[in-house]
Design a protein. Structure first.
Length: 128
């Protein structure tokens, strides 16, 4: 099982960031964090890196249900979504595939919830 859901998109990096944020909102996900990997690599290592942002997306209902089922599941939250521009200029959106990640936890109720979250993330990526 894949650990990510990915799709190359026909738009600019900035347009992809805007669009994926809109699509996440449609699924009741908010963006709690945004990590600009390009800026961080430059600042911390002096390295030039391509456009790459990690969005920490959270759906409060899903998060509450997951934390109620498994108190340490927070180590896998929030759901990360990556927007990156490859060297050839193509832009790709990737999201964590929670169904596969949660199988390792061994909690059947959590696996069922992860399947619901994955379906929502598949819609987000599919609508890009």
């Amino acid at each position: 099982m894949e650990y990510h859901i990915s799709k190359k998109v026909a738009c600019s990096f900035d347009q992809a960031l805007e669009k994926v944020t809109e699509e996440l909102k449609k699924e009741s996900f908010g963006v709690l964090t945004e990590i600009d990997v390009k800026a961080t690599m430059k600042k911390k290592l002096g390295v030039d890196f391509r456009n790459y942002k990690i969005l920490g997306a959270c759906n409060p209902d899903f998060a509450h249900r997951a934390l109620s089922l498994e108190d340490k599941i927070g180590v896998l939250l929030p759901c990360n979504v990556v927007v990156q521009e490859h060297e050839d200029g193509t832009v790709e959106i990737s999201a964590m595939a929670p169904a596969g990640m949660m199988q390792a936890v061994g909690n059947p109720a959590l696996s069922e919830l992860a399947s619901q979250v994955q379906t929502a993330m598949e819609r987000v990526i599919g609508n890009m």
